[in-house]
Design a protein around this ligand. Structure first.
Ligand code: SF4
Length: 364
């Protein structure tokens, strides 16, 4: 008989007792570990290793917040059933997070300094928000220090840093033209730090959890693309996993908000959807415990997980220029044939990328 993943999950009594005290049942724990293995594209044979790491390791973590809207902290705190967020908070020792920590002022700063001093090279950092470099970084200061000075000290001495949200990864909205504060992402501000990027507005907390679980299990961060994003979460285009893709291929497009096509769930490309240009696992993981994501809710993708999206993806309600397979060919056969030809030539991704340019009016 074929063995099931939970057959291999022999948790010892000490681990079971720890889970019981946290109010986590064996069943929920197994579901969580299975989901993490699936998120990380690992075979189920890794589930016991993940379970062992998650149940028994409790690394120190500090969460830094710079030029941001706190949307990523909100995303973390709103994770609920099946208690992914609770498990993260239970398996981590969160020593510093300005928004949720009890101490304030000097006591809060002491918590941060103690971690850096006493656990050098062993703690994890999550950074939310961009870092201003202009005028010696005076546009974002905490406890008398600039965001840059804090990031250099805290991230520079960490085991690893996870930049969450598009502001922390690429500068985001604070870095949009004309970028008055000289905002940049963490990797640019502190090039010597070990950083992985989880862009998105906000970050998807399940991807954050998976990154932490990967680190706990293997002692390293997941493999990334050239933009520093983990391949398990950013390896595929939104367009390739979108539930409206069949309508795109069939040439069925929403032409106006609320029209018949919109009500029927047709493709949002003509309404400005940036899914053909954006890499993220939104269509498969979704948000709010897998409830929905923008395209499912009827709004096009805004490309928020790509660098400089505020400048390069706007106007948000104007369609992308020159995406192969649409606009010229209007029959389903022609659209499908054109897409197949372009895909076979390996030009879909890179061709679309080149099609994005500041001259956005040539598609009207
Ligand atoms: Fe989905 Fe947007 Fe692609 Fe249409 S253009 S299939 S809505 S990602």
């Amino acid at each position: 008989m074929k063995s099931r993943p939970d057959d291999a999950l022999n948790l010892d009594s000490e681990t079971m007792e720890k889970l019981r005290k946290k109010g986590v049942s064996r069943r929920d724990f197994l579901k969580f570990c299975s989901a993490m293995a699936a998120s990380l594209a690992l075979p189920s044979s890794f589930i016991p290793q993940i379970a062992e790491a998650v149940a028994n390791k409790k690394p120190y973590l500090v969460w830094l917040e710079f030029q941001d809207c706190a949307g990523d902290s909100e995303a973390l705190l709103r994770a609920s059933k099946p208690t992914v967020g609770q498990i993260v908070l239970d398996i981590l020792s969160v020593e510093y997070h300005e928004t949720i920590m009890a101490p304030s002022g000097h006591r809060a700063e002491k918590s941060l300094n103690d971690v850096v001093k006493n656990h050098k090279g062993k703690y994890l950092v999550v950074v939310e928000g961009s870092i201003p470099l202009k005028d010696d970084g005076i546009y974002c200061c905490i406890g008398g220090k600039s965001a840059l000075a804090i990031a250099e000290e805290v991230c520079g001495n960490a085991a690893a840093t996870i930049a969450v949200g598009t502001c922390a990864t690429y500068g985001g909205i604070p870095a949009a033209n004309p970028n008055p504060t000289g905002a940049v992402g963490l990797k640019e501000a502190v090039p010597g730090a070990t950083v992985i990027n989880l862009p998105g507005c906000p970050v998807n907390v399940e991807n954050l959890t998976a990154c932490i679980v990967h680190y706990l299990t293997f002692g390293s961060l997941p493999d990334t693309d050239r933009l520093g994003r983990p391949l398990f979460a950013y390896g595929k285009r939104i367009h390739d996993n979108c539930e409206r893709r069949a309508h795109f291929d069939a040439g069925q497009f929403t032409q106006q908000w609320g029209d018949e096509g919109h009500r029927q769930g047709w493709c949002l490309y003509e309404m400005g959807c940036k899914g053909p240009e954006t890499f993220h696992n939104c269509p498969t993981v979704k948000y709010n415990e897998g409830t929905s994501w923008p395209v499912q809710a009827g709004h096009g993708c805004m490309g928020c997980s790509e660098p400089n999206f505020w400048d390069t993806m706007s106007p948000f309600y104007k369609r992308l220029p020159n995406v192969p397979g649409v606009s010229v060919e209007k029959t389903a056969d022609k659209v499908g044939a054109a897409l197949a030809a372009v895909t076979a030539a390996g030009l879909v991704i890179h061709g679309i990328g080149r099609a994005i340019s500041p001259q956005k009016n040539d598609d009207e």
